[in-house]
Design a protein around this ligand. Structure first.
Ligand code: PLP
Length: 345
């Protein structure tokens, strides 16, 4: 049997009946602009044309619509790039982007203008310069691997980079932002886990947006990582038509906790070009987050955050419960004075 390969062309989408014939020309235009890939693991979990998985990975003509407020560099990586492959926005931590490819391409990706197949791996000299930058900045406490998806790298490519970081005294924590354990779980092997096992603690942040993504393969991969002592947290993008209901979010966050993954961030959709069909309003996001409070375990509550366009950082934008008039609203919408004035307040 031939091992299944990712879907990478509009022709393959058509052959797999993931796009209708009449949209083929449009999809071809979209695929010229933005990278396309759907792993077999994700293909297997698509059950219908408009389901939460198909919406995330199957291109649509809506991606050709751009709004004036949308930007090619929505969260302002460029102005904070001192050397290729490094983004240094916060003093104590840097992003390290050794590769700009992914096993899947999300249709709402905030780095969609720079991520995709092609010449997208740091060359040896560039990687050495990135590591030198980290070495020469003692304020860098944490190195965050992102990209692209850093776990697309083989253990033999990861090992020397991790060994170099492990040897830097001031780097106390290494973090991986990845979708691999969910979208391409077979890549998570004992060998990869071995490569992630260093003196410096490695944390893994799993990007996942819907419980339907988390099948038997993902559960095995998460169990292997968690069972090896690697702390797991998650990040989720709030996406219209994918997870913008209280039920979908509740189900996802419960599934994550059951798989030993602590929900970390719920991101408000970034202003990436051609992604307006995925964005909710902040008010809608706050209403959803409010619905989870009081009804779902505190363990299941991520922080709802906005990455302020232009590189001004992430801030929590969840609903407030303190009302500024000496009252506080409980999870069920009833206000109380604080401190209480009588035993019934
Ligand atoms: C998101 C991000 C980080 C990590 O932020 P945390 O709040 O620590 O998760 C670091 N640097 C940049 C440039 C980022 O965009």
């Amino acid at each position: 049997m031939v091992a299944p390969r990712p879907i990478r062309t509009p022709k393959e989408l058509l052959a797999q009946q993931l796009v209708p014939e009449e949209e083929f020309a449009t999809i071809t235009d979209v695929a010229k602009k933005y990278a396309l890939s759907i792993t077999p693991a994700m293909r297997d979990r698509i059950v219908g044309p408009d389901d939460p998985i198909a919406r995330q990975f199957v291109p649509t003509g809506q991606e050709l619509i751009s709004l004036p407020e949308e930007r090619e560099d929505p969260i302002g990586d460029d102005p904070f790039t001192p050397v290729k492959g490094i983004t240094h926005r916060y003093p104590d931590r840097v992003l390290l982007k050794p590769v700009l490819v992914c096993p899947v391409y999300c249709r709402f990706c905030f780095r969609r203008e720079v991520v995709g197949p092609g010449d997208s791996m740091l060359k040896e000299g560039q990687l050495a310069a990135a590591l030198d930058y980290i070495r020469s900045h003692p304020e860098i406490w944490e190195v965050i691997f992102t990209g692209g998806d850093p776990l697309i790298m083989s253990p033999s490519r990861l090992r020397p980079i991790l060994a170099a970081l492990d040897a830097i005294e001031h780097v106390k924590v290494i973090r991986f932002h990845t979708r691999v354990p969910v979208v391409d779980p077979d890549r998570v092997t004992e060998e990869v886990v071995g490569a992630l096992t260093l003196d410096t603690p490695v944390w893994v942040v799993v990007h996942t947006n819907h419980s339907q993504e988390i099948g038997p393969g993902a559960r095995r991969a998460l169990r292997l990582l968690a069972g090896s002592g690697i702390p797991l947290v998650s990040q989720t993008v709030l996406l219209k038509g994918v997870n913008d209901t209280p039920e979908a979010l509740e189900d996802l966050f419960r599934t994550l906790i059951v798989n030993r993954v602590k929900p970390y961030y719920l991101h408000h959709g970034d202003l990436a070009v051609g992604t307006s069909h995925f964005r909710t309003t902040i008010a809608e996001g706050q209403a959803l987050v409010r619905r989870l409070r009081g009804r779902v375990s505190g363990m299941c509550q991520p922080t709802y955050v906005l990455d302020i366009p232009g590189g001004h950082g992430k801030v929590p934008i969840g609903p407030g419960y303190l009302n500024g008039d000496g009252t506080v609203t409980d999870p069920w919408g009833i206000t109380h004075t604080y401190p209480p004035r009588s035993s019934t307040d």
